[in-house]
Design a protein around this ligand. Structure first.
Ligand code: PLP
Length: 423
């Protein structure tokens, strides 16, 4: 439409072939939030995105089957192999957040009537169970206490009672409870009983070792917005050859076409069109993965461990009680009990409005009882720990919980001198 046509249209509507497309000329509504504030994201995710990643996402858009983009796709797949520590799996990034990775696995690996055992001790294990029930699987949900790891003996007892279990699944880093699930025994049992082993590494990948080949994980998925330094929107995944055979040899096609792992693996492996790949997100992921590997996996895990140690020392020095016992703590997220009489929301809002700091609330049975402090990827920095502790020292007394001035920051600094150089 030319400029002259457009003004005529705005003035009196446009007539095409006798049909009058009359539209009211309305002033552009004023944006209520034209620019977002620069938050320090210390919740359960998203964490802050790396500026380099955001710049990479500003590259021109090209076609998802452009031969030059195929080189990017192959590079991302190679980088993911290193981060997932696998030579043997097909690695790819699904379009969608971590839940897409979860749903793709459940939909593609399970057929109606297949037996699946889910080892659940938190909110995200429950989400997996919800998804598996929708697929019509013969579902066994083993539940153990929140705040402690799932006991492998419970799985062993169940496996002894059954035959033909197709899938065993669990969550590596339960973001709702702050527990790191040991995977060795669960993996061994899955192998022993010839079941596929599926692992949620949404919160661990890039912050804690996820060793897909060593652990014999058949399907592992993650998300870009936690420890990889990217915005939310992709779910990196690793599919073992055994799982690949399973999804290609299904009796019936999975109910979800979009999240059919066989079709998605075809795009990443053979470059066969499936859906329009989110090109800019994939460019961002490539940059995020390059940054992970430039830092080095071990150094990155050590950084997450150091900042988490400083945070825990600081929170305890403020008189807050940590939810998880020392041996099972996750470095990515630290839940603390909200002290009696303190208003959950008042504290979180003061952090957000006065200090631009986001922390997380409790989920499920921890709702209203805990705060969850995340230190993941680009957010896992000492200056963020210190900013949060200083802000809590100001806010907690206002909320009726007295703390020693400077106690948190001092304890965090001290913890760092015992745990190595600053992050
Ligand atoms: C352990 C875990 N699994 C799955 C999910 C779901 O991921 P998303 O919110 O990216 O869909 C989350 C989200 O926080 C998570 O922490």
């Amino acid at each position: 439409m030319t400029g002259a046509m457009l003004s005529a249209y705005n003035a009196r509507g446009l007539s095409t072939g006798g049909v009058s497309l009359r539209m009211q000329k309305k002033p552009l509504p004023e944006s209520r939030m034209p620019e977002l504030p620069p938050r320090i994201l210390l919740g359960p995710g998203p964490s802050n995105a790396e500026p380099r990643v955001l710049r990479a996402m500003m590259s021109p858009v090209i076609g998802y089957l452009d031969p030059d983009f195929m080189l990017v796709l192959d590079e991302v797949s190679e980088l993911l192999k290193v981060v997932f520590q696998t030579d043997e799996s097909i690695t790819m990034a699904l379009s969608g957040t971590g839940s897409a990775g979860m749903e793709a696995g459940i939909n593609s690996l399970l057929e109606p009537g297949d037996t699946a055992i889910l080892c659940v001790c938190g909110f995200f294990g429950e989400r997996m169970a919800d998804m598996a029930a929708r697929v019509g699987a013969d579902l066994v949900v083993l539940r153990s206490d929140w705040g402690t790891p799932f006991p492998a003996e419970m799985l062993e007892a169940e496996l002894k009672r059954r035959s033909g279990v197709k899938l065993v699944a669990t969550v590596h880093a339960e973001t709702s409870t702050g527990v790191l699930q040991p995977l060795g025994d669960i993996s061994r049992l899955a192998r022993e009983y010839d079941a596929l082993f599926m692992v949620d590494a949404v919160t661990s990948l890039g912050g804690t070792a996820v060793t897909v080949d060593d652990l014999g994980i058949d399907y592992c998925y993650s998300a870009t917005q936690k420890c990889i330094g990217c915005p939310p929107g992709l779910s990196p995944a690793a599919l073992s050859l055994r799982s690949h055979e399973t999804v290609r040899g299904r009796k019936h096609k999975p109910a979800s076409w979009y999240l059919d792992l066989a079709l998605i693996a075809n795009y990443w492996g053979e470059h066969v069109y499936h859906h329009t790949a989110p090109v800019s997100m994939i460019l961002g992921l490539r940059e995020g993965l390059r940054m992970v590997l430039e830092e080095g996996l071990e150094a990155r895990y050590a950084r997450h461990a150091r900042t988490a140690a400083a945070l825990r020392a600081g929170l305890e020095a403020l008189g807050l009680d940590l939810v998880v016992a020392d041996a099972h703590r996750l470095d990515q997220i630290t839940p603390v009990w909200i002290p009696d009489g303190v208003d959950d929301q008042q504290v979180r809002e003061a952090l957000l409005r006065r200090h631009n700091i986001e922390i997380g609330r409790g989920l499920g049975q921890f709702s209203g009882k805990v705060w969850r402090v995340g230190l993941m990827g680009a957010s896992s920095r000492l200056e963020n720990v210190m900013a949060l502790l200083a802000a809590l020292e100001e806010i907690l007394p206002e909320a009726g919980f007295e703390v020693g001035a400077g106690a948190g920051v001092a304890a965090a600094s001290k913890a760092l001198t015992t745990s190595g150089p600053t992050a």
